[in-house]
Design a protein around this ligand. Sequence first.
Ligand code: CP
Length: 315
Amino acid sequence: MNYISIQDINSLSKWVKSALKIKKNPLKNQDLGKNKTLGMLFFNPSLRTRLSTQKAAINLGMNVMVMNFTNEGWTLEFEDGAIMNSGASEHIKEAAEVVSQYCDIIAIRAFAGLVDKEKDYAETVISGFLKHATVPIVNMESAVRHPMQSLADAITMEEYKTKHKPKVVLSWAPHPKALPQAVANSFVEMMQMQKDMDFVITHPEGYELSPEITKDCKIEYDQNKAFENADFVYVKNWSNFNDYGKVTNIDPNWTVTAEKMALTNNGKFMHCLPVRRNVIVSDEVIDSENSIVIQQANNRTYSAQLVLQKILKKL
Ligand code: CP
């Protein structure tokens, strides 16, 4: 079993229930991971993913090895048949096979490069590991998806929803740097699996996510209109998918402010973090009682623990 996409989950509601059960007693399965090793490979920085996944593994009694590939590993070649007479020192074929001998599960973080859309959306790094590793692979944010985050988001919404069919808004917000679409993509895919939620995406015209991801999701270009009566406002920047990887809009009118949150149904503010204060969201909103970003980050441990637990049971 691999965990690459939220779509690897057969029943989201059952998984959320299981995660909440783990949260009540996180040390219940301390023997499950005994003598098993999780290898965590990072091609990009992290705070939450690194520590929460490590914590989850420790809760399950696993050993953990962490490697920052960018600074410490050999540069990898992913192309089959490549003549490796420049740049890369090691082919993914050997690297994945070798790491598989040391680890029972490999977790990988490898962001989109935001230069070559085709290469990013082919998930070059994670696909290379899937092809050549001989142990299960866990996605800790790939070029296209962040399914550990979206599972934590689903857990958090279950805990904080106050009515049967809440309105959930995914809102783009400005950011000075080009960021991947992975978090937004996985949030959309998770929302498509929710049976009783009213979902709308809002962003400036031109900032549409991949239509293969959003499919028939409702898109509202007027952010204020989208926020009306929202129960959850999930905010995230992503760089332009059409003009790939470019920052073509930094309009501060899209920053989430108290005035905007006043349009909601006493809505909860969510963000995966890290967040740029007073660019994505005002201090007033993120410091308000309605902000559940810290609780959301806490649920990263239980989403990771559930994923690892499911995989360990199948080893
Ligand atoms: N939300 C999230 O994945 O955080 P990190 O990038 O700090 O891991």
